[in-house]
Write a protein that binds this ligand. Structure first.
Ligand code: SIN
Length: 303
């Protein structure tokens, strides 16, 4: 019997497969399809202080081996997440969930995290400083080491649970940003968010996406994500949740060899709602094929 358990900042999870924020709602929607307790955990839809309707449509564009989204952090706001979404999740999920939080100022990040910190269902925070789809927030905090440090400090000051900072690949030096987060108290790094991209409609000769650009994800970005996880692993001593184009158990192993302790699956959930279940089901056989008894042993194994 192979061992798929991993320890994520003091919490043992049954396997390292985590549906990525924005691709799995608040979980209970997928519980209609399968028992979501099979997951290690999942990261819920990016939550902000106030409710957000998101960006005007069209906000999705298909691409070969991927997709572009420009959702714009649509969510019901932290109060409704606590009063409506988390109770619905509790009815179908016994495990700790990862709270994904976004903001438009340091105060907003801190406000939302402080409110969620009191919720016993939440095991970890994933603080998103990398959303490419909003102005004056999101990625603006993730493209400077100083701003990333400030968000990390602000959130750590008001939380008791492990905090992962979710980084943007749309930077020249992701390593310096990861190090700034670690130096300011981050318990882990989540990486990578989407790559800024666009498509143009040949009939209208205009951008497909209303906001012109959006975040590109899907299997096409796996090599970029692996390269960045590999580089950051060499520079920090905190766990990394690796993501970007993961859609198979083989991709999970590759991401862990690059340095990830756990692995998020994003766009694949939108193509195949059973993607995470399929990966979890196939993981033991793939581990056996490559003579891996214990997943923890392979973290950073490619270095
Ligand atoms: C969105 O809601 O725009 C996606 C979130 C993200 O890319 O960080």
């Amino acid at each position: 019997m192979v061992n798929t358990k991993i320890n994520l900042c003091g919490i043992e999870i049954d396997n390292p497969i985590i549906p990525a924020s924005g691709t799995f709602g608040f979980g209970y929607e997928f519980a209609e399809l399968y028992d979501i307790n099979e997951l290690g955990t999942f990261s819920f839809k990016g939550t902000t202080k106030d409710p957000r309707f998101g960006n005007p449509t069209p906000r999705i564009a298909e691409c070969p081996a991927g997709m572009i989204n420009s959702v714009g952090l649509q969510n019901p706001g932290v109060d409704k997440v606590i009063s409506e979404e988390l109770p619905k999740l509790k009815a179908c999920f016994d495990k700790k969930v990862m709270a994904n939080v976004s903001g438009f100022s340091l105060d907003e990040y801190a406000y939302t995290c402080e409110k969620l910190d009191s919720q016993e269902q939440i095991g970890w925070f994933e603080v998103n400083i990398s959303c490419p789809n909003v102005h004056n927030g999101g990625m603006a905090f993730g493209t400077s080491a100083e701003a990333a440090a400030q968000v990390t400090k602000a959130v750590k000051a008001v939380t008791t649970k492990p905090v992962f900072i979710k980084l943007s690949p749309n930077v020249t030096d992701i390593v310096s940003i990861a190090k700034a987060c670690e130096e300011n108290g981050a318990d882990g790094i989540s990486m990578i968010n989407t790559l800024l991209g666009m498509r143009i409609d040949l009939k209208t000769q205009k951008p497909v996406i209303h906001n012109k650009m959006g975040g590109f994800s899907g299997s096409a970005i796996l090599p970029v994500a692996l390269r960045m996880v590999y580089q950051v692993y060499e520079a920090v001593n905190i766990p990394i949740i690796g993501m970007g184009g993961v859609s198979t158990a083989e991709d999970v192993i590759e991401m862990m060899l690059a340095g990830a302790t756990a692995v998020q699956v994003g766009a694949a959930n939108l193509v195949e709602p059973f993607a995470c279940k399929n990966i979890i089901d196939s993981l033991p056989a793939v581990m056996e094929k490559y003579s891996i008894n214990n997943l923890t042993d392979i973290i950073g194994g490619a270095h």
